[in-house]
Design a binder for this molecule. Sequence first.
Ligand SMILES: [Zn+2]
Length: 146
Amino acid sequence: MEDIPVPQVPNPTPVEAPVIATAQSSAPAPVVPMLCPQCHFVVKPEYYYCPNCGKSLHEAPLSTSIMTQAWIYGFSIVLPIICYLAVSYWPGIKYLLSEDENAKQIGIVACILLAVSSIITFWLAIVWIQQAVQSGVSSVGNLGGY
Ligand SMILES: [Zn+2]
């Protein structure tokens, strides 16, 4: 008898495939204890900070409470007003436009100091934003690794 067309391969494979997949994906994650990357203290995955050395394990979720919202919204409203008041009360421009030579010199020095301070503030803001973006990227990478 010729039983050549009998092999029924399609049946076993769909059964095996999901078993292997679930065994690979679910088994190692709970077994391997999570260690602090700094002091190798055993920590729980839900910890935001290592209880031994205090290292930040992953970012705590941002607070969305009413008080936090009020603070953020209030700060957002006040910040430009403070900047406007600071600029409009800055007396340097009056000194710079003054007829008096001494007053004019004071105005020039004030302008130079304002320019230098503005550049430093601008540079610090860029560094701060870059650090914030980098820490955000690295924390996403850490979560993926764990
Ligand atoms: Zn630690």
